[in-house]
Design a protein around this ligand. Structure first.
Ligand SMILES: [Zn+2]
Length: 281
């Protein structure tokens, strides 16, 4: 079985070294990196972890800053890593969507081989996922170039935690309504958006939307996955770990406790993400 991890982060060494200096001007980075679950990881460590878990390739992103200069530095590191580990790292570039320079940086990233843009943080980067005017330029570029966007979303119920943010299923649905033709991944189960696959009009709007499992061990019981398949959204959910803060083993354990058939497990663990990359329906 070919395993694809659709959600990992890698960080250049200088980010850890200059953490305090950067945190002073990037409040979301400050919040996330002072959390007790924070872990750092460079590209080499990611590849080691992937080898140990039998993961063939990963959609890798870095950290989405407000500052476009920092985003550029993140992207440079990512493209270098993707070149060094060709075939193992599928790069996702970061840009602050409302910055005037965002479309140009996205264009540069696509020219360098980025498969998409993400994981963007609406709360952290100060944009509104539901406001079409803020995202139009970036979305048009993604559509033109056949690329996708990944957004951080979270369940707007349950316990609160650092980095949860205020964007969930409602805002993700608004994005789908504004940009139904843009291919998009909503991280962390889309904050529950998958459940609306049982509404005919939402199923239509979400034709280009996908979800990932990042943070599953901290959020949901195994049976959430049975529910996702039961509601007809099983082809929309990708295994994503959020490495380095969580590793593959925790997810393997959860998947083992579901009632998924073998072919459903293989779709979840990579088959569906592979199709998405190939732009197959
Ligand atoms: Zn993440």
């Amino acid at each position: 079985m070919k395993i694809i991890d659709s959600h990992v982060h890698i960080y250049p060494e200088f980010l850890k070294k200059e953490r305090d200096k950067i945190a002073a001007r990037e409040p979301w980075f400050d919040l996330l990196t002072s959390s007790k679950v924070q872990k750092w990881g460079v590209a080499e460590e990611l590849i080691e972890a992937m080898d140990a878990a039998g993961i063939e390739s990963s959609f890798a992103t870095t950290f989405a800053f407000r500052d476009i200069g920092l985003c550029r530095e993140m992207n440079d590191y990512l493209f270098d890593a993707a070149k060094r580990f060709a075939g193992r790292i599928t790069p996702l570039a970061v840009v602050p969507p409302t910055d005037a320079g965002a479309p140009a940086e996205a264009e540069r990233a696509f020219d360098m081989g980025a498969a998409g843009i993400g994981e963007l943080f609406p709360d952290g980067q100060g944009f509104d996922m539901a406001d079409a005017s803020q995202l139009r330029a970036l979305c048009e570029m993604c559509r033109e170039r056949g690329k996708f966007i990944m957004f951080h979303t979270a369940e707007q119920a349950g316990h609160s935690y650092a980095g949860k943010g205020a964007y969930g299923a409602r805002e993700a649905a608004a994005f789908c309504r504004n940009f139904p033709l843009v291919r998009v991944i909503f991280a962390h189960f889309g904050g529950g958006l998958w459940a609306f696959s049982a509404m005919p009009e939402m199923r239509l709007l979400m034709v280009n939307a996908r979800f990932d499992t990042a943070a599953w061990p901290w959020l949901y019981e195994p049976r959430v996955m049975d529910a996702i398949f039961a509601v007809g959204a099983g082809d929309k959910i990708f295994f994503g770990s959020d490495w380095p803060i969580l590793g593959f083993e925790r997810y393997a354990k959860l998947i083992g406790k579901t009632s998924l058939a073998e072919e459903e497990k293989s779709a979840l663990l990579g088959g569906s993400a592979e199709k998405f990359l190939r732009q197959e329906p």
